[in-house]
Write a protein that binds this ligand. Structure first.
Ligand code: V4E
Length: 226
């Protein structure tokens, strides 16, 4: 299982110019452009997202992003670390079923085994699609660093960049944070920006957005960190 350590940044007309500039110093490769269609699922009571768990279908495959054990314990560490997020990415469907059932089962007794052939498991767990959008993504890699930079343009009119390093679970998070810090410095990034979902929910589902923020800012016992 991999852990994605990443930092979002404001993406504008200058960003490509900056990438070209640092390309001269450290060999940047454009690894391609793609259209990504995402559908995100949760129960009407937000069982998953209130726990900072993000179930999505991307390019026909299921993915679950969930907080690492460290993030769950509320450890944020130094400043560089607090600018970054880290999430476990689970792509095995049986494991996704297990994790999702674990959370939802707390309120709803659901011991049913799920078929991998169809999507009836969604309705059995009362999971509905709450967000759907397409992102045009341009990706670059910094060869020497093992860093990926994605420039995303979501179809609801939001641009955001992200600097990302993938590590294995229990891998060297400090090294990943340092690579991200160095890349951010080269790109002249200082500010913290919102992710696509934050902007999408605020515009389209303000009640969901407010509930997630209340848990964060109200200091409730949920691990959600926006
Ligand atoms: C983790 C998370 C969500 C799931 C989508 O994650 P994100 O990295 O924003 O999307 P994307 O399309 O770049 O996925 P990738 O291709 O990198 O896997 S939605 C909200 N969160 C939590 C979150 C947050 N609230 N704010 C920030 C800045 N990051 C993550």
């Amino acid at each position: 299982m991999s852990v994605e350590v990443e930092r979002k940044f404001l993406c504008n007309a200058d960003t490509l110019k900056k990438l070209e500039e640092i390309g001269g110093m450290c060999l940047i490769f454009c690894v391609g452009q793609q259209q990504i269609h995402d559908q995100y699922f949760d129960t009407p009571e937000f069982h998953l997202t209130l726990r900072d768990m993000w179930l999505r279908k991307r390019k026909g495959c299921w993915e679950l992003k969930c907080p690492t054990a460290e993030a769950q314990s509320g450890k944020q560490g130094e400043a560089a670390a607090s600018l970054c997020t880290r999430y476990k990415e689970i792509t095995s469907l049986p494991e996704i079923h297990l994790r999702v059932k674990e959370v939802i089962k707390q309120d709803r007794e659901s011991e049913a085994d799920f078929s991998q052939e169809d999507e009836s498991w969604l309705s059995k767990l009362d999971l509905v699609c709450f967000a759907e959008f397409t992102t045009a993504r341009c990706s670059f890699t910094l060869k020497e660093e093992g860093v990926q930079i994605d420039l995303d343009q979501a179809d609801f009119g939001y641009h955001v960049g992200e600097i990302e390093v993938l590590i294995s679970e229990g891998g060297d998070e400090q090294a990943a944070l340092e690579k991200i810090r160095k890349t951010a410095e080269k790109l002249g990034i200082h500010q913290r920006v919102k992710g696509k979902m934050d902007v999408y929910l605020k515009r389209n589902h303000p009640e969901h957005y407010i509930i997630l923020h209340l848990y964060k800012y109200g200091n409730k016992k949920r691990p959600y960190l926006l």
